[in-house]
Design a protein around this ligand. Structure first.
Ligand SMILES: Cc1ncc(COP(=O)(O)O)c(CN[C@@H](CS)C(=O)O)c1O
Length: 406
């Protein structure tokens, strides 16, 4: 297995080589948002310098350049997900908007007593939109419980499935626990019962390249900014037969075929769900991020990331009173933790003073915090550009904090 040349890769991410509070930045908050390679910055800069215009207007050369750059990025996303058609690739603002779009689009199918199955580990983005639609339709949102290790209780999953279950909405990867859920098996079970499946892929795409046709999920949502692309854009993959049936999410320009005060008709897929001027440069940036990832050895990336997680797990015992929350067998390199006698936000502040960036709090997963009986956790989330030395710096800092403040 060729090792990843992390030092060469880090040179692709200029932001990483700065000092914070007089110390080298150790950026371990990738689960909140990842950093961007020069290839993404250059692609967006070049777009604005040479191509920018509004899209789909077709009146002039720049418009054609912008449109082909924009639709070219959509094709890049289609290839990344192995979707059957670009008609199934909808640009959104991010994972949150993608899930809201689906929840609202499925509302006409839902009636009183129907059940929407989610999990106890979900991010609020995959709970609240369903609660809002359940409120309107009389449906119910039911959580699949999680074990203390942070894995789904699969027996409960099977017993919760019933003839009233209409939707299964589940995280591919937990942003708090790092747990990789067995989504292929979950989707397979749901499909046997005609249940519509949505996968929240926000925390999976920085680490894996999902194959939506192999998974056979009905919807897959993710955000560009988590997978080394710009903020402000995300993707909803949806099976075209379902997208065709769903009403538009927002009204305006682009999403129409013909408007009159007597009757308005919708545009074809994917434009029916893309009202208004889109985030064109951001789509180009996401396309560049996918091309950048495609230029790397994915197996070497996965090996490097699992080495980071193994080193972190090995170092936990070096910090008295430290406990990892989320010890699933199958995990991405994310560790949520608590240290006896210390509040997570104090840990975050003290680490920042040493140039180390993590996240603390409830991580938009309050039901999961309730399950563990904690107000929040400290979370270090690693990416392929982090080094073993950075893991050791984190734990050396935690040892010092524990000695001085716990
Ligand atoms: C599993 C999961 N699902 C949805 C979202 C929302 O992504 P947006 O790009 O904000 O729409 C996130 C974003 N989680 C960030 C910010 S709360 C974190 O620090 O964990 C997520 O992790």
């Amino acid at each position: 297995q060729p090792a990843l040349d992390v030092e060469a890769i880090r040179r692709d991410f200029p932001i990483l080589s700065q000092q914070v509070n007089g110390k080298p930045l150790v950026y371990l908050d990738n689960g909140a948002s990842a950093q961007k390679p020069v290839a993404v910055l250059d692609a967006m800069d070049r777009y604005y310098r040479e191509m920018h215009s509004n899209v789909h207007r077709g009146a002039h050369t720049l418009g054609d350049r912008a449109t082909s750059a924009f639709e070219g990025a959509r094709e890049t996303v289609r290839g990344f997900l192995n979707a059957a058609s670009t008609r199934e690739i909808i640009w959104t603002r991010g994972t949150t908007e993608a899930i809201n779009l689906v929840a609202n689009g499925l509302a006409p199918r839902l009636q009183s007593g129907d059940e929407i199955l989610v999990t106890q580990m979900e991010h609020h983005a995959n709970i609240v939109p369903w609660q809002m639609v359940a409120e309107r339709t009389g449906a119910k949102v039911i959580p699949i419980p999680v074990t203390p290790a942070g894995e789904l209780e699969l027996d409960s999953f099977h017993s919760l499935l019933n003839e009233r279950t209409k939707v299964l909405a589940v995280a591919h990867v937990s942003n708090v626990l790092g747990t990789v859920n067995p989504i292929a098996a979950l989707i397979n079970e749901a499909k046997k019962r005609g249940i519509i499946t949505l996968v929240d892929g926000a925390q999976a795409v920085p680490h894996y390249q999902p194959d939506v046709q192999a998974l056979d999920c009905d919807f897959y949502a993710f955000s560009s900014h988590k997978m080394f692309g710009p903020t402000g854009i995300g993707v909803l993959y949806g099976k075209s037969h379902l997208l065709e049936e769903m009403p538009p999410y927002q009204g305006g320009g682009e999403m129409i075929e013909r408007v009159s005060f007597e009757r308005t008709t919708w545009n074809t897929l994917p434009y029916k769900f893309e009202a208004g001027t889109p985030a064109i440069a951001e789509a180009v940036g996401l396309g560049a991020a996918i091309d950048y990832l495609g230029s790397l050895d994915r197996k070497a990336m996965e090996a490097a990331e699992s080495a980071l997680l193994i080193r972190a797990n090995d170092l936990v015992e070096s910090v008295p009173g430290m406990e990892i929350i989320g010890t699933a067998t199958d995990k991405v390199p994310v560790i949520s933790f608590k240290i006896a006698g210390l509040h997570p936000s104090d840990i975050g502040t003290l680490l920042d003073q040493q140039g180390i960036a993590i996240r603390t709090g409830h991580h938009c997963a309050m039901p999961l915090m309730d399950f563990y009986g904690v107000p929040g956790t400290a979370r270090a989330s690693f990416a392929f550009y982090n080094t073993l030395n950075e893991v050791e710096q984190l734990f050396t800092a935690l040892q010092k904090i524990q000695r001085l403040f716990a």
